[in-house]
Design a protein around this ligand. Structure first.
Ligand code: HEC
Length: 122
């Protein structure tokens, strides 16, 4: 009986609210820092990314496609970030982030929320 309950909990887990910090640590933190004083990493620092111009980390050497988008005025809001994470390459073809988006909508929502309110907040 106990085993049946454990199984039911496991099955229910993907539908439950995702923890954005955990999603970030698992899927993004290998390349992205969020602390303003963090050393350089493979990807730009995401501190304050919401409301920031695309390619807005002055210390990071972005791909041409991201630099041009930023110069054209693209800014990260929650909708753009969620769409970006669904398929980064589709939004900015030639991007240097590869296929590192998030397939799960719940995970995308959680990580955007976390970047808005905690890790990436200014
Ligand atoms: C394998 C390394 C890697 C992983 C994993 C990764 N990224 Fe990136 N990310 C990059 C690189 C490199 C860039 C810069 C791309 C460019 O210049 O074309 C980038 C760019 C970005 C940008 C644009 C930032 C700006 O200043 O305009 C955002 C937002 C972003 N990543 C979010 C995420 C999130 C959220 C995750 C986790 C779901 C993630 N990334 C996972 C490497 C990574």
């Amino acid at each position: 009986m106990r085993r049946v309950i454990a199984c039911a909990l496991l099955l229910a887990a993907p539908a439950a609210a995702q923890d954005g910090r955990l999603v970030f640590e698992r899927s993004c933190a290998s390349c992205h820092a969020v602390a303003s004083d963090a050393p350089p990493m493979a990807g730009p620092n995401l501190q304050g990314v919401l409301g920031r111009r695309v390619a807005g980390d002055a210390g990071f050497d972005y791909s041409p496609v991201l630099r041009e988008a930023g110069q054209a005025g693209d800014t990260w809001d929650t909708a753009r970030l969620a769409r970006f994470l669904e398929d980064p390459e589709e939004m900015y073809s030639g991007l240097w982030m590869g296929g590192n988006g998030l397939r799960s909508e719940a995970e995308r929502r959680a990580v955007v929320e976390w970047l808005t309110t905690n890790g990436g907040a200014r």
